[in-house]
Design a binder for this molecule. Structure first.
Ligand code: GLP
Length: 241
């Protein structure tokens, strides 16, 4: 595990974007595993900036997102598909047909999860997975559990995650309670993993996840065992380590 200490959110975003752009330059048809949440937004902004300057070309890149809320269509402003379009895909020259997010409206969630796992396999696996970190240590929507879940699956979101997501919805009852997420095994099979974490509110979970035991009660802790994992965190997030 490598830790890159960033001064602040902007610096963190730039450092992570550097790693992603190196990947795209070295392998123009790379498969990028992408994440939502406030943490990676700055990374996407930096990549868009470099694309506009002519330094990056996404025309052959394929992307697979980590997760999606069940019950929301891709045109719902709260969906992760919508998030990705607005924060990234709308601003670069990626072929939209090469961008994948689980279908939140699939009538059979289990079938959609299997389809998504098969899709990742068909793409040849993930070259570089970008991750954020939930306050309870979740990655994607892999919530604390008794075991590490393997493939893409349906999850019931934890109370802590529902509370964290509440800010994005007008009414409490609108916050989706279920999601489809790629599993820990899919994430661990990525050839390289980069996680971005910012802010003092993540300092405790950083200590638990990366300076404590590997346990499914803190799903991100398993990343300690990955052979090419880089944590890019700002000073505030690293204040307790
Ligand atoms: C959601 C996403 C995660 C993300 C987490 C943290 O739960 N499913 O992929 O890492 O939020 O979000 P933020 O970066 O806004 O703290």
């Amino acid at each position: 595990m490598k830790i890159l200490r960033a001064r602040d959110y902007t610096h963190m975003s730039r450092q992570a974007a550097n790693i992603i752009s190196a990947q795209v330059i070295l392998k123009p048809d790379a498969v990028l595993g992408l994440a939502t949440g406030s943490s990676p937004v700055g990374v996407y902004e930096q990549l868009i900036d470099w694309y506009r300057k002519g330094d990056l070309d996404f025309s052959l890149v394929r992307t697979v997102n980590l997760d999606e809320y069940l019950g929301l269509s891709g045109s719902d402003p709260q969906s992760y598909r919508y998030f990705m379009d607005r924060h990234f895909f709308d601003h670069i020259n990626i072929d939209r047909a090469n961008t994948f997010v689980p279908d939140g409206l699939a009538p059979d969630a289990a079938a959609e999860c299997s389809r998504y796992d098969a899709l990742i396999r068909r793409l040849g696996g993930i070259d570089l997975q970008l991750l954020g970190l939930g306050h309870n240590g979740h990655i994607g929507f892999n919530e604390p559990d008794e075991v590490f879940t393997k493939g893409t699956h349906k999850v019931t979101l934890s109370e802590s995650t529902l509370r964290a997501n509440r800010r994005f919805f007008e009414r409490e009852e609108d916050v989706p309670r279920f999601a489809c997420t790629v599993g820990i095994c899919d994430i661990m099979q990525a050839r390289r993993i980069v996680m971005v974490v910012s802010g003092a509110d993540k300092a405790d979970i950083i200590r638990e996840a990366f300076f404590g035991p590997v346990t499914p009660h803190v799903p991100a802790s398993i990343l300690q065992l990955h052979r090419d994992f880089t944590l890019v965190a700002d000073e505030e997030a690293l204040i307790k380590v």
